[in-house]
Ligand binder design. Structure first.
Ligand code: ATP
Ligand code: MG
Length: 194
């Protein structure tokens, strides 16, 4: 099988993430995309807004009815969550015939040289790097990169959180079950706004 690992804070998962995964599946004939919420992202300065369990649950809800989209707990307990660990764990869980890709947005890929053991990361996987408005990147030596340049999605979790906190309903940006879960749990300041 061809599997892409798609890690992120997913705080919360939004339609941009799903479109990225769809486009990568079509462009690279992937069989599966594993959505892997970070237990504790090493590159975020502050803590996540929602807990691991809430972020994981929202990923599950977003993947419902899409058997090729898999919610993964691979990062559970990894503090901080380094991609090299995720990749090693994925490899251990897969067979020798499985092909592993790493799906990532241009903003995150631009920082790859700051990652723990980044040379091991680029040796271990091929990247699918997705364009994102306002973000450019260069390819470090040895990295195998497939550029997916067809998307320019102006959506981010930060903006979704800001909208929710100010009482807006970003219904176009979130899968309906995710928005319902956020409201039900009062996440991202929605309880105050209600
Ligand atoms: P935040 O604003 O909190 O950083 P985010 O929208 O960037 O949230 P992340 O969980 O940080 O979401 O991102 C997970 C992965 O998805 C990263 O590789 C990121 O680059 C990618 N990604 C997220 N949104 C987009 C987008 N609109 N276009 C392309 N890639 C995206
Ligand atoms: Mg981000």
């Amino acid at each position: 099988m061809r599997i892409a690992l798609f890690g992120g804070t997913f705080d919360p998962i939004h339609n941009g993430h799903l479109t990225v995964a769809d486009e990568a599946m079509r462009g690279f004939a992937l069989d599966r995309v594993w959505f892997i919420p970070a237990w504790q992202p090493p590159h975020k300065t502050s803590a996540t807004a929602a807990s691991y369990e809430d972020r994981y649950r929202m990923v599950e809800l977003a993947c419902q009815g899409r058997p090729e989209f898999v919610a993964s707990r691979l990062d559970e307990g990894e503090a901080p969550s380094y991609s090299i660990r995720t990749i090693e764990k994925a490899r251990a869980a897969l067979g020798p015939a499985d092909e592993l890709y790493f799906l990532i947005g241009a903003d995150a890929f631009a920082e790859i040289r700051t990652w723990r053991r980044w040379q091991d990361v680029v040796a271990a996987v091929e990247f699918i790097v997705v364009s994102r408005p306002g973000h450019r990147y260069d390819v470090p030596p040895g990295a195998r990169v497939h550029r997916l340049e067809t998307l320019a999605l102006p959506v981010s979790s930060s903006e979704v959180r800001a909208k929710l906190a100010s009482g807006e309903e970003p219904a176009d940006w979130l899968p309906a079950p995710v928005l319902a879960y956020i409201r039900e749990r009062g996440l991202y300041g929605t309880r105050r706004a209600a």
